[in-house]
Each structure stands twice: as C-alpha cells, then as structure tokens.
Design a protein around this ligand. Structure first.
Ligand code: XIL
Length: 301
C-alpha cells in the first residue's frame, strides 16, 4: 500500500491524525489528510470548553465539521475527550461537589448522544492519574467529587452510546512505571467489577528526556492481556532524520506486535501543525512533504 491508512488497514488497523477544524480550508493540509489517514481525532473541538461553553448550551459546529470530513473520506473518529481536568469551561472550573458531578454526567450524556453511532472510540476520561511515583489520582475538581467519578463517566457514556468503544487515555503511561501500574490496577478492577471499559489510549508524546520506552510493547501487551484494546493515541516524537525515523518505526512495530493494538494516531499532520512549541515531531515537514519518519512508518506497516 502507498498510504498510511491503506497500509494500516491491510494489517487490520487504522492510522489516524489529530485534526483542527480551522485548518481544513488549507489545501495542503486537507490533501494530506484525505490521502493518508483513515481515522481522525478532533484536536480541541470535542473538549468540554468547546462543546459546552455555557452550562447547558452545546455547540457542535466545529466538531461536526471534522466528523463530516471523516465520513466523506471513510475515516473512523476518535472522540476526545469527555471528562478531563484541563480545557474545562470557566463555569465548570468554578463548580464543585454534586453540582460539578451532575454537570459532568450531563456533559457526557449530551455529547455522546449527539455523536451516537458515529464514534469508533471515545476518550471518556483523560489524564486522571498523577505523575511521579505515588500511583495516586491527579488532584482536580473532578477527583474532588469522589473517587468513583471515572467509573460514573464510563457507565454514563455506555448508556448513551452503547456501540462506541470507551477508552481511558493518559501520558507517561507508555512504559511500565508507577503511573501506568495505577492505571493497570484501575482497568483490572473495572474488568472485575463489570465497569464498561473497552480500550486504553497511550498518548505517546516522546522527546529526548522522555524517549520511546524500551518496554513499550510489553506495556501495551500487559494491558491488552486484561481484555481491552490498546491504541497509540497522540504519537509525536521530537528529533529528526534517521534517529527519529527509527523511533517512529519502533513505535509502529510495537503496535503491530500486539494483536489488540488496533490503531495509531499521530498528534498532527505537519511539523508546523504540532501543539509543541518547538521541534519537528511529526511525519510531514512544514511544506507537507513526507519525512524519513513517514517512510519508516509506511515501511513498518
Ligand atoms: C493539545 C492541543 O494539541 C492544543 O492545540 C491545545 O492547545 C492543548 O491541548 N494531551 C491531550 C491533548 O490529551 O488533548 C492535548 O492537545 C495534548 C496533550
């Protein structure tokens, strides 16, 4: 196959990218998107601040634009993200306790209902665990509503859109460490108690200080062995040339080696589309030309 999406499909997987609605009018950007990818994740458009800027008033225009494009190119959609401590509207930031819990539940219900039947996988909860060695939950307003907020979000999403795969998504969980051990324990507990969870997303934002872990594949595999799909959800790798290409190939090979790793998403198309303030962490350069990293991924698929 000659494109990322087609090559991944031959392996029973998808290859996706984060998409920003406002860039769809850029013909270079749109051309690469339409040609190469068979899954899309709205980069910001489905987040709480974007979809419910005023409590109880939902705005889906930008996210719908991306979903419509996905439909027109035959791509899956990863919904991102329903419940998260970041990018909350200010009204939610100012809520706590029962009022916040109820607002979160209503948000999950309304958004999953709007997109019912159109989402392959939802990041139901994003980044709920703390960094470092504690294995604790992250301190947040949502966590302060009670430890059960995560399972409540999953049960709420399942009730509204039973066909979507429901994922827990996080960063710095890509290798085995205290944080990923804590997520592992939660997923194991959810499976034991019948809390609906179908997948775990590994953001996979890598740089020199935090490179692709040597146990990446083993870590994906241990989660898969719990009975969930695993997905690489926000892949970007700082660097350039052969070293960067080798890291992208290694990430791709890790996914392919895990039967239940069913898709890879890069967090943007061109280096200039990256959320990172500096660096060249993606597969296409600023002019839209494929980099060595692109060829390495295509050859690995
Ligand atoms: C980032 C977007 O790429 C930026 O445009 C935005 O300003 C901040 O959020 N983890 C996530 C993503 O789950 O939602 C983040 O996306 C990157 C880190």
């Amino acid at each position: 196959a000659t494109t990322l999406g087609a090559a991944a499909a031959e392996k029973g997987r998808y290859f996706g990218t984060a998409v920003a609605a406002y860039k769809l009018s850029d013909s270079v950007y749109s051309g690469i998107l339409n040609r190469e990818f068979n899954s899309v994740t709205p980069e910001n458009e489905m987040k709480w601040d974007a979809t419910e800027p005023t409590q109880g008033t939902f705005t889906f225009t930008s996210a719908d634009t991306i979903v419509n494009r996905a439909v027109s190119i035959g791509a899956k959609v990863r919904g991102h993200a329903l419940a998260w401590h970041s990018q909350q509207p200010s009204w939610a930031q100012n809520l706590s306790g029962t009022a916040l819990r109820n607002a979160m539940v209503n948000h999950v219900t309304q958004v999953t209902t709007h997109y019912r039947g159109k989402i392959d996988s939802w990041d139901v909860v994003n980044e709920a665990f703390a960094d470092g060695s504690t294995g604790a939950r992250r301190t947040s307003n949502l966590q302060s509503t009670g430890n059960d907020w995560i399972e409540v979000a999953f049960r709420t999403a399942r009730a509204a859109d039973p066909a979507a795969k429901l994922c827990y998504n996080d960063y710095n969980t890509d290798g085995q460490n205290a944080k990923s051990n804590a997520v592992y324990a939660m997923v194991s507990d959810f499976k034991a108690r019948g809390v609906p969870i179908d997948c775990v997303g590994f953001q996979s934002h890598f740089n020199a200080a935090s490179p692709l872990p040597s146990d990446y594949q083993a870590n994906l595999q241990r989660f898969a062995d719990l009975g969930v799909d695993v997905q690489i959800t926000e892949l970007d790798i700082e660097g350039s040339g052969t070293a960067q290409a080798n890291s992208f190939a290694a990430a791709t090979n890790a996914c392919l080696a895990v039967t239940r790793c069913n898709g890879i998403t890069v967090w943007g198309i061109r280096d200039t589309d990256s959320w990172r303030a500096s660096g060249t962490p993606l597969l296409f350069d600023g002019n839209g030309n494929p980099k060595a990293a692109y060829t390495a991924v295509l050859n690995a698929l």
